[in-house]
Design a protein around this ligand. Structure first.
Ligand code: FAD
Length: 302
């Protein structure tokens, strides 16, 4: 557990360092940022008195980076230790963590969400898979972290998943948008009382962008008829085992994801990808999902 005020201190330090040279607006902004930090710290200190897992309620915490592992050409796995090694994080399906950092001594915090991909019931740690975007503020910072460094984060809830509410869930991901899908697919399949069928369609640029391939293959082996993973690659290598192209209406129909098909009346479609992909899928009236017959209430975007 970091010493009290760890989260609050960078805000204060920056505010006081610059107070002499700032105008009234800047002082007001710094005060507002410090106020948010104070509130976060208040929540955090309340939270630490609890016996509950660290992320079972909202609050910022600084977690220590335990280890890093490069898992493909641009994605790193970062494993963070929880303060209590005997407890899980308290994150549920589906949730993410809101990370806060000051890369390269920035004045204002950079705040980005990331989705833990470890088994959420495992005690003692969380893992994040971070794709590096060239010049990306937070992803470059996270890729530069070394074991022993800390990262401030708070839990955020995404879609509240209810087992068996839908007979079938379609997970459509683009690039690093795969992480919420992986968390949910694994959570559904590993819950013995959840019978939901899961179809994953993942669009990437090149074969080398695929990761978690072994994990998805294992799910297909363990849950035949309930889980299927389909990869769509924009520029596949010669001899690639994946489909070529983008996530289109034809691709989704081809894997049995037409809304009008038998057994698909209550399909829930979850989407997480880059803005261009989300737009093509969800455009009102003429988007791929509308053309397939999905109602807006059947579609959720992370
Ligand atoms: C709920 C949720 C969960 C997420 N989980 C993960 C996760 O587990 N792992 C992960 O790596 N990312 C995840 N993301 C994306 C992450 O939050 C950041 O958007 C991403 O790391 C880029 O931030 P950055 O500060 O490095 O880039 P920025 O400085 O914001 O942007 C740099 C450049 O990258 C481009 N860019 C930024 N984000 C994307 C994107 N998503 N797709 C394509 N181009 C982009 C921008 O257009 C810009 O040109 C998640 C996003 C959401 C909303």
């Amino acid at each position: 557990m970091p010493p009290p005020g760890t989260f609050f201190r960078p805000f204060l330090r920056r505010a006081t360092q610059r107070a002499n040279v700032m105008g009234t607006t800047q002082v007001a902004v710094a005060a507002a940022v410090a106020g948010i930090g104070a509130y976060a710290w208040y929540l955090r200190s309340n939270n630490t008195k609890s016996e509950k897992p660290i992320f079972s309620s909202f609050g910022f915490h600084s977690l220590r980076l335990d280890s890093t592992e490069l898992i493909n050409h641009n994605t790193k796995k970062l494993r963070f230790a929880l303060p209590d090694a005997s407890k899980p994080s308290g994150l549920g399906l589906t949730s993410a963590v809101l990370t806060v950092a000051f890369p390269n001594g920035r004045w204002f915090p950079v705040i980005r969400p990331y989705t833990p991909t470890n088994d959420l019931n495992e005690p003692g740690y969380i893992e994040l898979l971070i794709k590096l975007y060239p010049h990306g503020k937070q992803s470059t910072h996270l890729h530069s972290l070394q074991p022993g460094d800390t990262l401030t984060m708070a839990p955020i809830k995404e879609l509240a998943w209810t087992p068996n509410q839908h007979s079938h869930v379609a997970l459509i991901a683009g690039g690093a948008g795969i992480t919420p899908m992986y968390q949910l697919a694994r959570g559904i399949l590993h819950n013995p009382s959840d019978r939901t069928r899961v179809t994953l369609v993942w669009g990437v640029n090149r074969d080398e962008d695929v990761f978690l391939g072994e994990e998805f293959a294992e799910m297909e082996r363990k849950f035949p008829g309930r889980f299927r993973a389909v990869y769509v690659v924009a520029e596949p290598e010669v001899g690639s085992s994946h489909r070529k192209g983008f996530v289109t209406r034809e691709v989704l129909e081809g894997v049995g994801l037409g809304a009008r098909e038998d057994g698909n009346k209550d399909v829930k479609v979850l989407v997480c990808g880059p803005p261009a992909m989300e737009k093509a899928l969800k455009r009102k009236g003429s988007g791929v999902l509308a053309e397939l017959g999905y109602r807006p209430d059947q579609v959720y975007s992370f």
